[in-house]
Design a protein around this ligand. Structure first.
Ligand code: S3P
Length: 441
């Protein structure tokens, strides 16, 4: 199977209803929490992508049994301190920062050495941001200059910590919350706003967690050493996967789409707020609440009257995985869009800020950069001719998918490498594009 694709034609107008893959953040959290619950959990619609399969492989190595029964994964939890860690284990987190960082929290009390490794991209990412606060619990944990491999030897007498999370990283916050589960006493966190799925899931499991929200921070307290029971969970669709179809529809001609059953948790909907500020008129239908999470269908129509944005920095965290496609919208909007303090983008699966600037310039968009601030000069009549190649971008799934969207709405002839990268988060991405009429060779 070739690992590159060719797109030579813009997508024709479409009207359709689609389902995208299930939420990756929630899927990984469900696997991890189910494995330390007491008894059986039933997870419906678990995302079957590499990152989540790696989470299942990881807990299996730790003695957790699971099976797939029709649409459900049945996971047999072993209780808070029931993970089997009696021999030196190596856990391969693959491409997943979420798995690698969260599992370090879950393993706070391991009795033997566990080594976490990952692929080339994950091996370039910073782990000191979780290793340092975990050390404060009394956990014996070491990294190689802040990078993988990370070795943890756990800690016998853990003490609760006060932790200030100032990046806006849900992975850091969640690693600490999972370690706190295993720690007697109350762990306190002051966390800059970021996705709050771990807190909501813990709340729905009746784990003693208290959350006080202020405008910029969440103040969280978790009392540790409380066992909780296995649970049922139906994972909703992923807004980060929807983002590619939201932008595809917005920038295509005369098209409309309904994306069904998406998690529209406020800590994730930065993209909707940003695009609506740019005149997109995206709406929600059939809103409901499920175990503390908000779910809805997302309705989007094409729009050729998009305007630039002066993007409030307060939306950065809730749109952190969506900026690549937001930049495509800015490229087509009238005026100069401004984005500030996007340094975290360079800490993702690839240096996304650098790559975005390169790709936008490749298609003739003027981009000014000062530190981690961008000005994107939109071209409402952007219509590409000629050939474009997207290659060597660290096999980043979101760069691949963003490039497909650019090719289908801006025109030109595109050769895009590393198709397999979509297995990380969205294995049926190309299948859905084809269902909408995209011609992809
Ligand atoms: C995630 C948090 C974010 C996000 C990632 C998933 C999570 O990372 O970019 O794709 O599931 O907690 P950071 O915590 O590093 O911001």
């Amino acid at each position: 199977m070739p690992n590159d694709i060719l797109i030579k034609k813009k997508i024709k107008p479409f009207v359709n209803k689609i389902f995208v893959t299930s939420d990756k953040s929630l899927s990984i959290r469900c696997v991890l929490l189910a494995s330390v619950a007491i008894g059986t959990s039933k997870i419906e619609n678990l995302l079957e992508s590499e990152d989540v399969l790696n989470a299942l492989r990881a807990v299996k190595k730790l003695g957790i049994k699971y099976k797939k029964k029709k649409k459900n994964y049945i996971i047999y939890g072993s209780g808070l301190n029931g993970l089997v860690t009696n021999s030196s284990l190596v856990i391969d987190a693959g491409n997943s920062g979420t798995l690698a960082r969260l599992i370090l929290g879950l393993l706070a009390k391991t009795k033997s050495r566990i080594k976490i490794i990952g692929d080339k991209s994950l091996s370039k990412r910073d782990f000191s941001r979780v290793v340092n606060p975990l050390k404060n619990f009394g956990i014996n944990i070491r990294s190689k200059n802040g990078f993988l491999p990370v070795k943890t030897y756990g800690g016998e007498f853990l003490r609760p910590i006060y932790y200030e999370e100032n990046i806006g990283s849900a992975q850091c916050k969640s690693a600490i919350l999972l370690a706190a589960l295993n720690t007697a006493g109350i762990t306190k966190i002051k966390a800059k706003k970021s996705r709050n799925h771990t807190e909501l899931l813990m709340k729905s499991l009746k784990i003693p967690i208290k959350i006080k929200s202020t405008k910029k921070f969440d103040l969280i307290e978790l009392r540790g050493l409380n066992e909780f029971e296995g649970f049922d969970y139906k994972v909703p669709g992923d807004i980060s996967s929807s983002a590619f179809f939201i932008v595809l529809t917005l920038l295509a001609n005369n098209s409309r789409i309904t994306i069904k059953d998406i998690n529209i948790n406020k800590s994730r909907t930065g993209i909707i707020k940003i695009l609506n500020m740019m005149n997109a008129k995206i709406s929600y239908l059939n809103k409901k609440i499920y175990k503390g999470e908000q779910i809805a269908d997302i309705f989007v129509e094409s729009n050729n009257k998009l305007k630039s944005i002066n993007c409030p920095e307060s939306l950065n965290s809730s749109a952190i995985d969506e900026f690549l496609v937001i930049f495509l919208v800015a490229s087509k909007a009238k005026g100069i869009s401004q984005f500030r303090n996007l340094g975290e983008l360079n800490k993702k699966e690839s240096p996304r800020l650098e790559i975005a600037i390169k790709l936008l310039r490749m298609i003739g968009i003027k981009v000014e950069r000062k530190n981690n601030n961008l000005k994107i000069h939109g071209k409402p009549d952007l219509n590409l001719k000629g050939k474009f190649v997207v290659k060597d971008y660290f096999k980043d799934h979101r760069v691949f998918m963003m490039s497909c969207v650019a090719a289908l709405v801006f025109g030109g002839e595109w050769k895009i490498y590393d198709k397999k990268s979509i297995n990380t988060s969205f294995p049926n991405f190309i299948k859905i594009l084809r269902k909408l009429g995209a011609k992809i060779n």
